[in-house]
Structure formats: C-alpha cells, structure tokens
Design a protein around this ligand. Structure first.
Ligand SMILES: [Zn+2]
Length: 352
C-alpha cells in the first residue's frame, strides 16, 4: 500500500466518521494528520502544526498541497474538504472505490457482493440490488424492511442488508424527493436531497410533499446507499426498460455483478457498467487502473444522463484522461447514446 494512498484513506475515512458523529475526533484523523506531516517532509514543505491548519489545506485543490505523486490517486482539481458540505463528493467517491485489502473498511454493498460470491447466491444478490434500486423503497416502514429480510436466506447477509437502512426520527421535518423518493432536508433556504443534490436537476422541487402520516416506525436508505446504489440503479433500470422495448433481453448483474447488465440483442451481446463518478477524471483513473481483458472490448461504460446534463462534455473529459492503450478500446457513453448505439446495431441486423 503506497503511503500517499494510505494517507488519503485515513484522512477521508476519518473526516467522514467525524462528520457523521461529531462528539469525538476519530483516530483516523490523527493517523491521517501524521501521514500528512511525513508526506510534507518528503516533499520539503512546511507541515500543518494543528488540525485547524490541516483542515485549511485540505480545503484547497489537491494540486496545491505541494505533493508529487498525488495525481495518481486523487483529482488535482478537487479538494478533500469543503467548508459548506464537509467531505467532498470526490473524496466520498475515493472511499467507495477503495480496492479493499482486508484491514480496510468496506462499503456495505461490497460486503454484500463478497458474501454472495463466496456462497454463490446469485439470486439473492440480484434481489437485494433490485430492491435497493427502486425509489419506492427509499423510505419504508419497519414491516416492509422485515418482510424483505425474510426473503434473504443467509444470516450474515441479513445483518449486512439491515445496515443499508437507518431509522428516521422526526419524519415530518423532511419532504419526499420527487425524483428518488428519499428524504429532502431543508438547508440554506432550499430542500436538498442528500449531499450532492443531483435530484434537484431532475425533478420539480417547487412543491414538494410531506411524507404520509403514519404510526409505523420508518426507515430510510443510508445516505451512501441512496447515492451509490439507488441513483445509479434507477439509471440501470431506465436503460433496461428502453432496451427491452426495442426487443432486447436484459440480464441484471450477470455472474454476481461481473457487469451491471448483459444485453442480448439479436445475435449480438453487449455488457454495460453504469459508472457514476462526480469528477470525470476519477472515472478515467478507475479505468486506467483496471486490467483490460478481451471481454472489455464489448463493454460499454455508461454515465447516467443526469451526470452528463450537469457536466457538459463529461464523456470527452473522461476520454482525455485515459491512457493511450485504453483510449482505443474503451467506450464511454451517456444513457441515451448507449440506447441509440444498441438500437442502431439492432436495426442493422434486421435489415440484412
Ligand atoms: Zn432524491
């Protein structure tokens, strides 16, 4: 494990834990600080003497910290902290993508994936992912959560699945997100859906509704599940629906998530991975770090339409950061472009 990578991991996971539970400073923040000081001495720069000073530096784009070698792991234009939102989206994306050696904390979905792979639970994996990809399940009463757990036959998995949800106190201080069904929070004079608030660009937030009155205990997906499973999952299902209407057959998460979708389209097959990084450079870093196999040539990386709507020329930006050998092979498309490409292939076949 390279020390720079380790430093980023400790700092981001530490500040993230601190953000979630403000009563004490997590150990990882101190470890991260010590590693940061070491990195400073390696690069001959003056280290931050206290946490306050460290935080100030981490609010700058990482290219301004003065470290060589950082660009390999973290986008130079991104900071790690933001005075308004706390840990930045890029930093959260870094944490989500950790190639996890055992001692590192894994995301909930990775734990589910590993458990299902180890016990060959294809159907259960598919069931859980589909459940977490539907807006109607973003906020649910206890009995629905209980019923869902009853359909999972592996105790360890039931336990991990439970941690995808958290109880909501004071449900009526929130509103229903008109896009994803999750809880909108009133912040700085606006209703916001989770930290990044992408839903705002996708639905009308003018008249948002309260949650229906209920005496049931209510649960919502944890913020990380809303962001990393629900939103891209909604995008996967939208693509699948459009392709099905064109006559394609769709297999979700084939071979326990080798890809997100396998599309069978006449005699042709396509593999689709929906990738939802906030920063296009981070998607390029992910692809550059992967082994490119033969199969990869039939793989389409799809960026949700909302991402390309918010960030113009997103796909071109990703390509510009790809290494030369990948540039020739890798295809990065928006949802709409992918549907058009597959539809074109289908038409071509039908006219022959
Ligand atoms: Zn939402």
């Amino acid at each position: 494990m390279e020390s720079t990578y380790r430093m980023l991991y400790e700092l981001i996971s530490g500040f993230k834990k601190w953000e979630e539970k403000k009563d004490s400073i997590p150990e990882s923040v101190y470890i991260g600080h010590r590693l940061f000081i070491k990195e400073c001495s390696r690069n001959n720069i003056k280290p931050p003497t206290d946490l306050k000073e460290l935080i100030k530096i981490l609010e700058l784009p990482s290219s301004e910290w003065g470290f060589n070698n950082l660009e390999k792991f973290f986008p130079p234009d991104a900071s790690l902290l933001d005075s308004e939102i706390g840990v930045t989206i890029e930093a959260e994306d870094f944490l989500e993508e950790i190639h996890s050696p055992e001692e590192y904390e894994q995301s909930i979905m990775k734990k589910i994936l590993i458990q299902c792979r180890n016990h060959k639970l294809d159907d259960t994996y598919c069931f859980i992912r589909k459940f977490l990809s539907q807006s109607k399940n973003a906020v649910i009463p206890y009995h629905e959560l209980y019923e869902c757990k009853g359909r999972i036959n592996d105790q360890e998995l039931v336990h991990v699945f439970s941690s995808c949800y958290e109880i909501i106190e004071n449900l009526y201080q929130y509103r229903v997100c008109p896009y994803c069904g999750w809880t909108l929070e009133w912040k700085h004079g606006h209703w916001r859906c989770n930290k990044e608030n992408v839903c705002h660009a996708l639905a009308d937030f003018q008249e948002v509704k309260e949650f229906p009155k209920t005496n049931n205990k209510m649960y919502r997906m944890r913020p990380g599940i809303q962001k990393y499973i629900l939103l891209p999952g909604m995008s996967e299902h939208r693509i699948a629906d459009r392709l099905r209407k064109m006559g394609c057959t769709i297999i979700f998460y084939p071979e326990i998530d080798k890809y997100d979708l396998k599309v069978i389209c006449g005699s042709k097959e396509f593999y689709i991975d929906v990738k939802d990084y906030y920063n296009p450079r981070q998607l390029a870093m992910y692809i550059n770090g992967k082994d490119i196999s033969e199969e990869e040539k039939d793989l389409l990386y799809i960026v949700p339409d909302y991402r390309t709507k918010i960030f113009p020329k997103y796909q071109e930006r990703v390509s510009s950061f790809l290494s030369d050998d990948r540039k020739r092979i890798v295809k990065i498309l928006s949802e709409t472009e992918a549907v058009r490409l597959i539809g074109g292939a289908l038409n071509e076949e039908n006219t022959i």
